[in-house]
Design a protein around this ligand. Structure first.
Ligand SMILES: Nc1nc2c(ncn2[C@@H]2O[C@H](COP(=O)(O)OP(=O)(O)OP(=O)(O)O)[C@@H](O)[C@H]2O)c(=O)[nH]1
Ligand SMILES: [Mg+2]
Length: 379
């Protein structure tokens, strides 16, 4: 007794989601909340209770006012420290909610940024997260000072508060500039390495997909590498590229990349574009899914949507249905659009399907080299 008393108490979180009836369903709302709960745990919070509301139309306060009262009751009863909302709140809504609920309010984006900043390892990764955080913070700075207004104004509150906002804005803006120029330097370096590879007539594959689908474990198996593969969201933030031996006549590389998630913050996609450059320059994208997950079809759509957003809709794809060792129902063919060349199954854990995967990669490489040579050597 008392031995663990000094352990820091985790923030007790209430999770809240709003969904529009015509666009969503209770099932989707629950799935999204479950994911939010995972994110909250990853960020070090303790999710105490979660609920959702189906709405006819969007609300200025994100959820209805009746629901807000209910939440207030829970905050007291359950001794809640923070309310986490399942969408990116606009700065104004966040401010209003904070005022009404009299508690810290954060959104899905802030949560994801928090996890990313915790996981960032390399210099570049850290810079990218910093940039995204600064850009997120910028329009919200005013809200940070609401506690001063709540003190009731008076001497030394409102005036200096406003001045502080201006100073803070300038500091953040300066920081954004600095981070961007550091990133450009790194980017120039990478471009020169990449052009070397392209001129070498190398075929580049990139593993892409939802977070926790098994990309890194697959990567480790294919190139005998040991990068972190763990049962948690966003294990990988930085891209790793290695040579992959398929045949002595062909040079090819494979990259492991950051995982995607539903409602991935746009600012994060923006600042991660240079990391994802490896994917952008891939000849083929290897889209890895957790085939044992009930919502794999939904997740395929999410990933395809983000890939389109990154300008990758033209890059040919292979669908890798991973974790078949956990799949209980039968293996069927998934309906996919034309951007997919084919689909195959693997278990990165048990090593099944890898020989077939290598064969497919080899065949694709021959096709692609032929195509490249047809382009490069006319007549
Ligand atoms: N049973 C089973 N588990 C797997 C398989 N592939 C990966 N896993 C597990 O799934 C979890 C996530 O694997 P990762 O390789 O980290 O997934 P990832 O796609 O790289 O995830 P992020 O880096 O977060 O995007 C780990 O606990 C792996 O051991 C598989 O084929 N079968
Ligand atoms: Mg990974």
């Amino acid at each position: 007794m008392g031995l663990y008393k000094t352990e820091i108490r985790k923030e007790r979180a209430l999770l809240i989601a709003a969904h529009i009836k015509s666009k969503s369903s209770s099932k989707k709302a629950k799935e999204s909340l479950e994911e939010l709960s995972n994110l909250a745990v990853s960020a070090g919070a303790d999710p105490i209770k979660a609920f959702y509301q189906m709405l006819n139309k969007p609300q200025l306060t994100y959820i209805g006012s009746g629901k807000l009262l209910e939440i207030k009751k829970y905050i007291k009863e359950l001794d809640i420290d923070v309310c986490i909302f399942d969408d990116e709140l606009n700065p104004n809504t966040q401010k209003v909610l904070e005022k009404r609920l009299e508690i810290k309010v954060i959104d899905r984006t802030a949560l994801i940024l928090d996890i990313f900043s915790d996981r960032a390892q390399t210099h570049e990764g850290k810079l990218q997260v910093e940039l995204a955080q600064s850009e997120y913070l910028m329009p919200r700075l005013a809200g940070q000072w609401s506690h001063l207004e709540r003190l009731g104004g008076g001497i030394g509150t409102r005036g200096p508060g406003e001045t502080q906002i201006e100073t803070d804005r300038r500091l953040v803006r300066d920081k954004i500039k600095r981070v961007k120029s550091s990133m450009q330097k790194i980017e120039r370096n990478r471009t020169s390495q990449r052009s070397k590879r392209i001129s070498n007539n190398t075929i580049n594959f990139s593993l892409v997909g939802y977070t926790n689908s098994g990309k890194s474990l697959l990567f480790n198996n294919l190139v005998k590498s040991k990068i972190l593969s763990k049962n948690q969201l966003f294990s990988t933030l930085d891209t790793t590229t290695r040579k992959i031996f398929l045949d002595s006549n062909i040079a090819s590389t494979i990259s492991d990349t950051v995982g995607f998630i539903n409602k991935l913050p746009t600012i994060l996609v923006e600042s991660f574009k240079s990391t994802l450059e490896e994917a952008v320059n891939a000849d083929v994208l290897l889209h890895v899914i957790d085939y044992s997950n009930e919502d794999f079809e939904e997740k395929i759509l999410t990933v395809d949507y983000i890939l389109d957003d990154l300008g990758l809709s033209e890059v040919p794809k292979l669908l890798i249905k991973n974790k078949i060792d956990l799949k209980e129902d039968e293996i069927t063919k998934i309906n996919l659009d034309d951007s997919y060349i084919t689909q195959l199954t693997t278990s990165a854990k048990e090593g099944t399907g890898l020989i077939n995967l290598r064969e497919q990669l080899l065949n694709l490489s021959f096709d692609l080299i032929n195509k490249k040579q047809n382009i490069y050597i006319p007549n």
